[in-house]
Design a protein around this ligand. Structure first.
Ligand code: CA
Length: 229
């Protein structure tokens, strides 16, 4: 789960934000001074910073500048007045979003999610797709079922990755051919069937009654979409 660093000197505000963010499954770090916040940022590598403008120790503006000099970590600036926000935007600090006090913690959580989504971070730390007892590690290019490693050819892996990345979406043979081999010739569409057959032989508990990869008659294949709790 992404780690959020809150740099804010109003203790009560930090407490409320922390509780909402933790409920949303974020890990939360906090600092009440600009300079200690900057140190935490350097040492703990959070995924996003919620940064108050007026801070003891080191001004929020300077903290943001220092972070921007070294990284493109998402920053949400918190200001006490709308006029301050206007001024900050004019300074082109490169903050990803601005929030004016007073705000609802719920709104902050929504903004955090939106900014992280834009930054493409939520999946970055743990790039693993899970379905049933199947685990597909997209970084390591490994697949396992019930903790046992399954050996796949590069084409099989690519096919599985394509299907499992979008559960429930139907892919035509031609699309799968394109995704798994980089090009597609209509005459070779049926080779996909052979790859799928091999893939099923490796990942399906029961190949006569496939669970993970479903055949969509007349079109192609799709990966099982499990209902989330
Ligand atoms: Ca303040």
């Amino acid at each position: 789960m992404p780690t959020i660093l809150i740099i804010e000197d109003e203790i009560e505000l930090v407490r409320v934000l922390r509780s909402y963010l933790e409920q949303a499954n974020f890990t939360v770090l906090s600092a009440v001074q600009g300079d200690t916040g900057l140190n935490l940022w350097v040492n703990k590598h959070p995924d996003l910073v919620i940064l108050d403008l007026n801070l003891p120790g080191m001004d929020g503006l300077d903290v943001a500048r220092e972070m921007r000099r070294k990284s493109d970590i998402p920053i949400i600036m918190v200001t006490a007045r709308v006029e301050e926000t206007d001024r900050l935007i004019g300074l082109e600090l490169g903050a990803d979003d601005y929030i004016t006090k007073p705000f609802s913690p719920r709104e902050v959580v929504a903004r955090v999610r939106a900014v992280l989504r834009r930054a493409g971070l939520p999946r970055a730390k743990n790039n693993v797709l899970r379905s049933g007892s199947l685990e597909i590690d997209l970084d390591a290019h490994t697949v396992s079922r019930e903790e046992e490693t399954i050996d796949l050819t590069p084409t099989e892996f690519k096919l599985l990755e394509t299907l499992a990345s979008q559960p429930g979406r139907v892919f035509s043979r031609l699309q799968l051919l394109e995704e798994s081999q980089g090009d597609a010739y209509e005459g070779y569409e049926r080779t996909i069937d052979a790859h799928i057959k091999n893939l099923r032989g490796k990942i399906e508990p029961d190949t006569k009654n496939p669970y993970y990869i479903e055949t969509v008659f007349g079109i192609g294949y799709r990966f099982v979409k499990e209902s989330k709790d």
